[in-house]
Design a protein around this ligand. Structure first.
Ligand SMILES: C[S@@+](CC[C@H](N)C(=O)[O-])C[C@H]1O[C@@H](n2cnc3c(N)ncnc32)[C@H](O)[C@@H]1O
Length: 365
């Protein structure tokens, strides 16, 4: 087993919509990097590229417009012992007052057992108030991973009633589902769930690496200013996929967002008005990276599509690279996003099905 394999448990701390496998950035970087290289991912998601950089001892930069993505990426770069995380969780729970404000409504009554919801809400408010230490950043990611998921026959490992793991359920659908099956939420011991997960995900602790992760819009020329990078490895949103925030509404709530789903497209989202508008937005991101890239830098983009958008995704990505400061050198098929551990396995739950993915390699012009 290589050093990167045996240090990789933290990568699984919380699933993320359309994540790509850790093996992808590792494979790109493994045989080519120099020790001082810095890697950027302008659509960092759950921080897979940043984590791969850490495993290889490289500095990294990550930007994402989703607070859930930023919280997870920060955790991929943090370092604490399981006992540090448990100590923080236990101190927060010990300070829980008799009255904690709970969100109201049938969804919340059926999603979480009352005493579990009180603890979740108290941990939420304390981690919103202060999430500066690595132990708190890791505790927050562990709770995001535990917040919802399937119920098992054995000891429950998620805090919720039966739910999908990768994305949050729509409240009305979930209520009907639980009601018709008479499913009750588990009275799970929250601290115990944190303990099990902390030992699982922090059993190995890869050495720290320099990193900067920010909530932002990668089209903004200031989003990446001040950095110098040698590699950009990324996967932009698929054209037509506009549900990154609503599909993560429960995890967004835990980070301070509203206690109901908001379907309005977020302001920082790329334009999905037409393939041309989408390509223009991507071109802006590639141009921003070119501005901060060393002369021998490489850009590697994994890009897929969804079947209900009849778009030529290869043509779209090629168009986005034109006049961006980058020259396309190679395109390779990367398989279907549903195959094996590929990204976007969430689409099997009745959403749009993914198309073949491709890897695009480019150098500076
Ligand atoms: C395909 S996902 C990236 C997944 C990532 N490779 C991983 O392994 O988790 C695309 C990401 O782009 C983010 N995004 C969408 N528009 C953005 C923008 N304008 N600026 C920065 N991030 C954006 C989404 O929030 C989402 O996390």
């Amino acid at each position: 087993m290589s050093r990167t394999d045996c240090h990789s448990s933290l990568n699984a701390v919380c699933p993320y919509y359309t994540m790509f496998p850790l093996d992808f950035p590792l494979r790109v970087l493994r045989n080519h990097v120099r020790p001082a290289d810095v890697v950027v991912d302008p659509f960092c998601g759950r921080g897979t590229t940043n984590f791969a950089a850490r495993l290889l001892g490289l500095g990294s930069v990550g930007v994402d417009s989703s607070p859930v993505a930023v919280a997870l990426t920060k955790a991929k770069l943090a370092d604490a012992r399981p006992s540090d995380v448990l100590r923080v969780a236990s101190a927060i729970l010990d300070s829980m007052p008799p009255h904690v404000h709970l969100p109201a409504g049938e969804f919340w009554d059926r999603a979480y057992e009352r005493s579990v919801l009180r603890r979740i809400c108290w941990l939420r408010s304390e981690l919103i108030r202060d999430c500066r230490s690595d132990s708190r950043v890791l505790l927050r990611a562990i709770l995001l991973g535990a917040l919802h998921g399937p119920r098992t026959k054995k000891t429950p490992s998620h805090l919720s009633n039966q739910c999908p793991r990768t994305f949050a359920p729509k409240p009305d659908y979930a209520v009907r589902f639980w009601r018709s099956r008479r499913m009750k939420p588990p009275a799970i011991d929250v601290l115990d769930a944190v303990r099990i997960r902390a030992h699982r995900y922090l059993a190995q602790r890869p050495p720290r690496a320099r990193a900067d992760v920010a909530l932002g819009d990668s089209r903004d020329p200031d989003a990446l200013r001040g950095h110098r990078i040698n590699w950009a490895i990324t996967s932009p949103p698929y054209y037509g996929m506009r549900t990154y925030i609503p599909d993560q509404w429960l995890r967004s709530w835990f980070l301070g967002g509203p206690s109901e789903v908001v379907y309005k497209p977020p302001a920082r989202e790329l334009s999905h008005a037409s393939p041309d508008a989408f390509a223009d937005d991507l071109r802006q991101v590639w141009a921003n990276i070119a501005q901060i890239a060393a002369s021998d830098a490489r850009l590697v983009v994994r890009f897929g599509g969804i079947a209900d958008r009849d778009t030529d995704q290869v043509g779209l990505l090629k168009a986005s690279l034109t006049d961006s400061g980058w020259r396309l050198t190679t395109i390779r098929p990367a398989g279907n996003a549903n195959a094996g551990k590929r990204q976007a396995t969430q689409f099997v739950h009745g959403g749009p099905s993914p198309k073949e993915e491709f890897d695009f390699y480019a150098t500076l012009e």
